[in-house]
Ligand binder design. Structure first.
Ligand code: NAP
Length: 294
């Protein structure tokens, strides 16, 4: 058996088309153009390319994006002052501060400064708290993207045994939380594994759905997967590859080819979860703009 590949690029394209229609409707009916402020401090090349990709994605569906690129030596007070200005700006519905921030800036203080109604990354403690108790809020983008991939691929979550490998605040923990919510989009039985888990394979082998978010290549190998399981690979890792143009290629956390022969559905890396993260940021920005109209 070879797994059906979940095409994250296509799912992302479908969702972006839906969002573009919502943006058009917001403009036509309420005169609102959704606005996203993107804040980048410093010149980290990976962060720069993420920010550029986010701004391009906004433009493609008609979201106004406000680019704020600040030098690495920007002080915490200057950054907080910018956030306070963006909080008060009616053209801005969502604020995204690209992480990580330079070491002299306290990330948690910055996240806390973002108005919860503009917290489109879903990292503010108010958003996290609402998510945990099942209230409507901005869901963090990567976990929400994974949920959408599962739902739009027809994977049944109700009663499913799900193993999430990884317990970070941006992926593993919120994802596990979303999956166990008492809702048609949750109702799974969730196990979270991490580096102190005694026997990872014992857990993954009884899972209907395995979600890998460990940040290590080949964390999940074929002998750890039950035949017919659904495998979602959140990991993005660089491995040396002399035949590649830049000397490396991207792989996930799953030993893809052998696992693909055992699973029923699988996400590739790249082209699986990756395209969903920015898409869900766009979705949150449209949600923020829609809420501002009420
Ligand atoms: P992280 O903060 O480094 O967390 C990794 C988690 O995995 C930790 O909880 C760690 O356990 C656990 N872990 C690591 N090795 C393990 C192992 N061998 N067995 C069991 N658990 C293990 O990483 P993250 O930010 O959550 O990101 C995870 C991966 O997803 C990374 O590759 C990242 O690049 C990728 N990512 C992709 C997207 C996307 O859009 N596609 C977005 C975000 C992240 P401990 O807590 O015990 O250390």
């Amino acid at each position: 058996m070879s797994a059906v590949i979940i095409d994250g690029k296509q799912v992302a394209k479908d969702i972006r088309a839906e969002l573009e229609a919502q943006v058009r409707q917001l403009k036509a009916e309420k005169g609102i153009v959704p606005g996203l402020a993107v804040v980048l401090v410093g010149q980290d090349p990976a962060s720069q390319s993420y920010v550029t990709a986010k701004e391009k994605a906004c433009a493609e569906i008609g979201i106004y994006s406000d680019d704020n690129r600040l030098p690495a030596e920007t002080s915490e007070a200057e950054l907080l002052a910018l956030i306070s200005k963006l909080n008060a700006d009616p053209k801005i519905h969502g604020i995204l501060v690209q992480l990580p921030l330079p070491k002299h800036i306290d990330e948690s203080r910055v996240i806390l400064a973002i108005a919860p109604e503009k917290d489109v990354d879903g990292f503010h403690p108010v958003s996290v708290g609402k998510m945990v108790i099942g209230e409507k809020t901005f869901l963090p983008c990567t976990p929400h993207g994974v949920l959408q991939l599962l739902l739009r691929s027809g994977v049944k979550l109700d009663g499913a045994e799900v193993v999430v490998v990884g317990r970070s605040n941006i992926v593993g923990k919120p994802l596990a939380n979303l999956l166990l919510q008492k809702s048609p989009y949750g109702n799974a039985t969730v196990t979270i594994c991490h580096t102190r888990t005694k026997d990872l394979a014992a857990h993954t082998l009884r899972a209907d759905i395995v979600i890998a978010a460990a940040g290590r290549p080949k964390t999940i190998t074929a002998d750890m997967i039950r035949p017919g399981a659904v495998v979602i690979d959140v990991g993005v890792n660089r491995v040396a590859d002399a035949s590649a143009k830049n000397g490396y290629r991207l792989v996930g956390d799953v030993d893809y080819l052998p696992v693909k022969e055992k699973a029923s559905l699988i996400t590739p890396v790249p082209g699986g979860v990756g395209p969903m993260t920015i898409t869900m940021l766009l979705a949150n920005t449209v949600q923020a703009a829609t809420m501002s109209a009420h």
